[in-house]
Design a protein around this ligand. Structure first.
Ligand code: SF4
Length: 94
């Protein structure tokens, strides 16, 4: 068995992962993600495509809150949800 592949395993089941990064809570809606990877291009330390070509959020993100918001706004299917944890308001999709 070759475990030497740098592929992020798919998230379990239909559960959408949610991570708090800086002031934002960030979630990818897997059923909406089409693997366009613009989020990965904008915020490479926050998003990565998994083995099913769906974006996953990396918990040890180094990207700024503004950068993550830009990544969410770049998603053609609005699969990335951003919530401001200070106000509990959804910032994106607006
Ligand atoms: S930009 Fe949107 S559709 Fe493309 S991989 Fe990221 S979350 Fe998925």
């Amino acid at each position: 068995m070759d475990n030497n592949q740098a592929v992020v395993p798919p998230a379990q089941g239909e559960q959408d992962q949610e991570f708090i990064i800086g002031k934002y809570k960030v979630k990818v809606l897997r059923s909406v993600c089409i693997g366009a990877a613009s989020c990965v291009a904008v915020s490479p330390s926050t998003f990565k495509l998994d083995g099913e070509n769906k974006a996953v959020v990396l918990p040890d993100s180094q990207d700024s809150a503004d950068n993550i918001l830009m990544a969410a706004q770049s998603c053609p299917t609005k699969a990335i949800v951003v919530i401001d944890t200070e106000t509990n308001q959804q910032v994106w999709p607006a």
